[in-house]
Design a protein around this ligand. Structure first.
Ligand SMILES: C[S@@+](CC[C@H](N)C(=O)[O-])C[C@H]1O[C@@H](n2cnc3c(N)ncnc32)[C@H](O)[C@@H]1O
Length: 363
C-alpha cells in the first residue's frame, strides 16, 4: 500500500513546485505558531526556563530564513534531477498528525513537571530499562519515557517536524545524493543485491526516503528502541517495495558480518551520544561496510561551521534536555572517521544540519 500518491505522474511541474513551496510555507507558519504558544506557556509555568536562553537577533533570524530557502531549493532540484521522486517531497503522515497532535499538547504537563523537578532520567515503572547503556536512559527533549514508549514513538516525527519548522525531512533527504553517488561504485551489481543500513533508524523516516531513492535495494535498519522500531515497521509497511529488515541493536555493536553493507546512513543520532560512543559507532560502521562502500552521516551543525548560529547552538541544550550536545558541537568527527580508517571524507552544511560522507578504502 502506498500512503502518498505518485504526484510525479499527475501534476504538471510548475504546479508541483508551487504545491511544494506552499506546503513548506504552511509547515513553517504552523511550527512558528505552535512554538510561540508552547514557549509562552512553558515560560509562564516554569519561568526559570526562559532565563536560560539568549534571544536571536533579527539578523540571525533572517539568515536562518535564507538557509531554509536554500535547503528547500536544493531539495526541489534533487527531485527534478531524479535523485528521488517528487512524491517524497509530499510524504507526510496526515493520519498521525490528526491523531497525535493533541497528545503533543497534553504531554506538555508532564514535561513541565520534569523541568521543575529537574528529572532527566525518569521512566515509568512499566518501562524495562535493562540492557540499555546508561547514556541512553535519558528524557532527551524532556520526552516522557525517553525513547522507550509507544507514545514517545507516536509523537516523535511530529515533534521533530515542528522543531525544524517543517524542514526535518528536507534535511534527511540531503543524505540521498551522496549515498547514491557512493553506491554508484557498485553499478555492475543487480540493484537488489545492494545492501544499505540506516543506523539508529528511529521511526523509519530516513528509510522511507532511501526506499524512494533506491526502490530495489535491500534496506536494513537498527535502533535501540523497540517502540521506535515497532513504529518504523508500521510506517514502512505502508509504502511500496520490500519491507526493510529492522533489528534492535546498539549501534556500538552492530549485529552484522564484517564487510556486509554497500552503504550506511545515520541521521540525528551522533549529538545524542557521548564522545566515546560516537567513536565506537564509527568503528562499527567501518567494520560492517564493504571496501569501497560509503557512509553518510547527518546531524546538527557544529560550532566551527557557523559562528553566527552559536547562540542558537547554546540555546538548544538549554531548552531541551540534550546532555551530549555541547560536547558534540566541538567534536571532530573527521578525525574520528580517519581514526576508524575512513578516507575521502567530505563535509557539507544545509540549514541547521551537517553531513559527513566517508568511504572505506579498497585494500
Ligand atoms: C534523534 S533520534 C533520530 C532518529 C532517526 N534517525 C531520525 O532521523 O529521526 C535518535 C535515535 O537514535 C537512537 N539511538 C540512540 N543511541 C543509540 C545507540 N547507541 N544505538 C542505537 N540507536 C540509538 C534512538 O533510539 C533514536 O531512535
Amino acid at each position: 500500500m502506498q500512503s502518498t500518491p505518485n504526484l510525479d505522474q499527475f501534476i504538471p511541474e510548475p504546479l508541483s513546485k508551487i504545491a511544494y513551496q506552499g506546503l513548506q510555507e504552511s509547515k513553517k507558519i504552523f511550527s512558528f505558531v505552535h512554538k510561540s504558544v508552547s514557549d509562552r506557556l512553558t515560560h509562564t509555568v516554569v519561568p526559570e526556563q526562559g532565563n536560560k536562553t539568549q534571544p536571536l537577533t533579527p539578523e540571525i533570524l533572517q539568515k536562518l530564513q535564507e538557509k531554509l530557502k536554500e535547503l528547500e531549493e536544493k531539495d526541489w532540484q534533487d527531485a527534478q534531477q531524479g535523485v528521488y521522486p517528487h512524491r517524497l517531497l509530499f510524504d507526510n503522515s496526515w493520519s498521525d498528525f490528526f491523531r497525535y497532535y493533541p497528545e503533543v499538547w497534553l504531554d506538555l504537563f508532564n514535561i513541565w513537571q520534569r523541568i521543575k523537578n529537574k528529572e532527566f532520567q525518569s521512566f515509568d515503572k512499566t518501562i524495562d530499562q535493562v540492557g540499555y547503556p546508561n547514556y541512553y536512559l535519558q528524557n532527551f527533549h524532556y520526552q516522557t519515557n525517553g525513547y522507550l514508549s509507544d507514545m514517545s514513538a507516536n509523537l516523535y516525527d511530529l515533534q521533530v517536524e515542528i522543531l525544524f519548522n517543517g524542514a526535518a525531512d528536507a534535511m534527511r533527504r540531503r543524505i540521498l545524493n551522496p549515498l547514491k553517488q557512493g553506491l554508484s561504485a557498485f553499478f555492475d551489481m543487480p540493484p537488489q543485491q545492494i545492501r544499505v543500513l540506516d543506523i539508529a533508524c528511529g521511526t523509519g523516516r530516513t528509510l522511507r526516503m532511501i526506499r524512494g531513492a533506491l526502490p530495489k535495494a535491500s534496506l536494513f535498519g537498527t535502533d535501540l528502541s523497540p517502540a521506535y522500531l515497532r513504529k518504523a515497521n508500521q510506517l514502512l509497511s505502508e509504502i511500496s517495495g520490500e519491507l526493510p529488515q529492522l533489528i534492535q541493536a546498539n549501534a556500538e555493536q552492530l549485529p552484522y558480518l564484517d564487510n556486509y553493507f554497500h552503504g550506511l546512513s545515520s541521521v540525528f543520532m551522533f549529538h545524542e551520544l557521548p564522545g566515546a560512543a560516537r567513536q565506537n559507532v564509527i568503528n562499527e560502521a567501518f567494520r560492517v561496510l564493504q571496501p569501497g562502500g560509503v557512509l553518510v552521516i547527518c546531524d546538527s551543525m557544529q560550532a566551527i561551521d557557523s559562528p553566527d548560529f552559536q547562540t542558537m547552538m547554546n540555546n538548544f541544550p538549554a531548552i531541551f534536555h540534550e546532555p551530549y550536545y555541547k560536547h558534540y558541537i566541538t567534536d571532530n568527527l573527521e578525525e574520528r572517521l580517519t581514526t576508524a580508517g575512513f578516507t575521502k571524507i567530505k563535509t557539507e552544511n544545509h540549514f541547521v544540519s551537517k553531513y559527513w560522507t566517508a568511504y572505506k578504502p579498497i585494500e
